[in-house]
Write a protein that binds this ligand. Sequence first.
Ligand code: NAD
Ligand code: LMR
Length: 355
Amino acid sequence: MIVSSKVLARSNIIASSFPRVYKCLSAKSLSFHSTTAASRKVAVLGAAGGIGQPLSMLFKLSPEVSELACYDVANAPGIAADLSHIPTKCRVYGASPEENGLEKCLKGADLVVIPAGVPRKPGMTRDDLFNINASIVKTLIEGCATHCPNAILAIISNPVNSTVPIAAEVLKQHNVYDPRKLVGVTTLDVVRARTFVAESQGWDPKDVDVTVIGGHAGITILPLFSQVNNAKFTDEQLEALTVRTQFGGDEVVKAKAGAGSATLSMAYAGFLFGENILKALRGEEGIVQCAFVESSLTEASYFASPCRFGRHGVEEVLPFGPLSAGETNALQKLIPELISQIQRGRDYVVEPQAF
Ligand code: NAD
Ligand code: LMR
C-alpha cells in the first residue's frame, strides 16, 4: 500500500508513519492541494461500534472532510454530539433508523464507509459471521443504491470476501453498479504486514511498504514479502511472517477473549484508506493502495491488489508484480477458497432461496 507521510503531517493527527506515494507528485501540486479546502461528505455506517467510533473521530479530525454523518442502529446521535465538541471545521451529525436516519446520512455522501455488523469471538471464522452480516450489508447497500448511487462505498464488515460481492449484486439489481466505486477494505492486512516486517528487520515501519493481495480471510491473504526491497528473511522467518499476517485478526480476537476483534488498528487502517480516496477524488495524483475490487487479474472475480485511485474511485486495477515460487504456490491455493467465498456472497442476493 502506498500512502503519504506529508499528508498526515498536514492533517496533524498522527505522527507520520507512511512510505512512498507522493513520489510522483510535483512540489507544485502538493503545495496547491495543501491550501485547498475540502468539501466532502463522509458517512460512517455502524458509527457507534468498536471500529465506528475511532474511525468517525479520525474523519472528524481530517481536513479532507467537511461533513461527517454517523449512522447506527444504536446511539449514533450520542456519538455525533460527543464528536461535535472537537474544534474542527467538519460538521458532524448522527442519526438512527427512526425518522429516515439512513437517508439523511447518505444523501450527498461522497464516501460511505461501512463497519456495521457483528465481530468474531474466539473459535469463529469470518465466514461464521456471514448469516448476520450479509443481511446487514445488503440492507445498508440498498440504502446507498437509493440515496447516494454515485458515492464510493468502502466495506469493512466481514466476511469481506463475501460482503463485497453481496454489495455488487445489490447495486446491480438497482442498476447503479460501478466497479470503480465499490471497494473492500484490506488495508489492515497491509498495516500488519508493514509492522511485522519492520519488527523483523529492525526498520522504522514508515520506511516499509508491503503489497498484500488476494482476499481478507486466512490463507486468502497473501503478503508479497519477496517484493520488499533489501529485506533479509530466513525461510522460517518468511513462513512465520506470512502466517502472522494471514492470521493477525485471530491474534487480536484471542487476546480480546470474547470482547470483539480488531477495532483501533482497523479504524486507523480504514481512515488511511478513506482519506486517500478523498484526496484522489479531489484530484491528487499518484494515490495507489491495495483494495479488494472487481478484478480480472486472476480467476477470482474480486481480488485485492494495488489500485490507482482517482476522481471516480478505482481508475486502474494494477498488476501485483513478480511472485516467488512460494507465493505462486500460495496464490494457486487461495484462489479456489476465494472463489467459493465470492460465490456465496453473490448467491445470497441472486439465489436467495438457497439460504
Ligand atoms: P461492533 O459490534 O463493535 O460494532 C458494530 C456496529 O454496527 C454496532 O454499533 C452496531 O450497532 C452496528 N450495526 C449493527 N447492525 C447495523 C445496521 N443494520 N445498521 C447500522 N449499524 C448497525 O463491531 P466492530 O468491532 O466495530 O466490527 C464491525 C465489523 O467489522 C465486523 O464485521 C468485523 O468482523 C469487521 N472487521 C473488519 C476488518 C477488516 O479488515 N475489513 C477489521 C476488523 C473488523
Ligand atoms: C481482522 O483482520 O482483524 C478483522 O477481519 C477482524 C477479524 O475477525 O479478524
